[in-house]
Write a protein that binds this ligand. Structure first.
Ligand code: SF4
Length: 369
């Protein structure tokens, strides 16, 4: 399990190593075809800032080699905002006095139909808070079965599950699982996740092993930018990705670097990553791992998304609502966070085409399940 692997590393030591990198280290990393984690640290270090253009060129080259000029489009469907956790940065925090909604299967079906009216989406990401009692595995299974006829690719972003439960859901059409570790800083993790299941760092960080063991086709990873030093957090995630690739080599992987957005509770970020730094991180990941899918959600602004779609990103969400039932059945429900790119799916697709890329709505068929 990755928690054992993590014992080999100290947060402060990794941070020190990143900040000690210099121009020679960056140039050495950029001269290699296959990078080690030490090279990755150089690329996310402050020393790499003057090399952004060269990093962008390499990132673009590898992305085009592996993915062609394509951007895959997906849309999230929030089916409940009920949550037993108290993550201090989240609008769905159990302590926030908001109306809680758990969509019924009938409502989920209405949402699916509404999404299909928005655009020819085939990739759906089903999102929930964490409420094992009222929205547990049975509920998720039913949601997947309900959505299955409308979409060819189904992913979930829900509480970490057991390996058996992941396997069970793959039998109901589950293709991918997204889970954000939020931060790899084991001690500070407790401060952001004081109560509920999510306060268990080990259970969360080992969830990726359980997905791999269950044979989930695609695993999505992410750290929440705004909690701890982002350079250190993305390096730990790179270590984790490297570990998973070796162990579960049949699985596809994606990464995401969500930056904190305003939400109920008004949590103020401890650290800020600017657009250039987010681009640097995306380039570093692409140069480090040529095959990883890099996803950029509507948390990011249209200008940034349009540009990064030519330089390293491979999938974008579009038309997103972050409240349960937000497409049709409960348009007034409370959102998890406010989105930054409010364009319609058609506008996002048009912007993708305008920079010479193809917008791909479907890249999977259930016949592959
Ligand atoms: S981040 Fe997820 S688990 Fe935490 S409060 Fe929000 S919905 Fe619940």
């Amino acid at each position: 399990m990755f928690s054992e692997e993590l014992e080999k590393y100290r947060w402060d030591e990794i941070t020190e190593r990143i900040y000690a990198k210099n121009a020679d280290d960056v140039e050495r990393a950029l001269s290699k075809q296959h990078l080690q984690i030490d090279d990755f640290m150089a690329l996310v270090s402050p020393a790499a800032t003057p090399y952004l253009e060269e990093m962008a060129a390499q990132s673009r080259m590898y992305t085009q080699q592996r993915f062609g000029n394509t951007i895959s489009l997906y849309i999230p469907l929030y089916i409940t905002n009920s949550c037993t956790n108290c993550c201090v940065y989240c609008g769905f925090n159990h302590n926030n006095p908001i109306e809680r909604v758990i969509l019924t299967p009938e409502e989920i079906e209405e949402e699916c139909k509404a999404i299909r009216r928005l655009g020819p989406f085939e990739n759906l990401l089903i999102v929930t808070g964490e409420n094992p009692r009222d929205a547990g595995v049975d509920y998720l299974e039913k949601a997947l079965q309900t959505a299955r006829p409308y979409f060819s690719n189904l992913s979930i972003e829900v509480m970490p599950l057991s390996s058996d439960d992941y396997y069970r859901l793959t039998q109901s059409g589950l293709n991918g699982v997204v889970c954000f570790q939020e931060t790899y800083h084991r001690d500070r993790y407790k401060i952001y996740h004081p109560k509920g299941m999510k306060s268990n760092f080990e259970w969360r960080v080992n969830g990726f092993d359980r997905m791999g063991q269950a044979g989930v086709h695609k695993i999505g990873m992410g750290v929440l930018v705004g909690l701890e030093d982002w350079r250190t957090d993305v390096t730990f995630m790179a270590l984790h990705l490297q570990y998973l690739r070796k162990k579960y080599w049949k699985t596809r992987y994606s990464v995401n670097f969500p930056r904190l957005r305003p939400s109920k509770g008004n949590f103020q970020p401890n650290v800020v990553m600017n657009d250039k730094e987010l681009a640097q991180t995306i380039f570093a990941y692409r140069i480090f791992d040529h095959d990883v899918d890099i996803s950029v959600s509507t948390r990011e602004n249209p200008h940034f998304r349009d540009h990064i779609a030519t330089l390293g990103a491979t999938s974008l969400s579009a038309g997103s609502k972050t409240e349960p039932g937000g497409y049709y059945t409960h348009p007034q429900a409370s959102e998890q966070f406010s989105v930054s790119d409010e364009r319609t799916p058609a506008e996002v697709a048009q912007a993708i085409r305008a920079v010479g890329n193809e917008a791909v709505w479907k890249d999977w068929d259930r016949i592959f399940d």
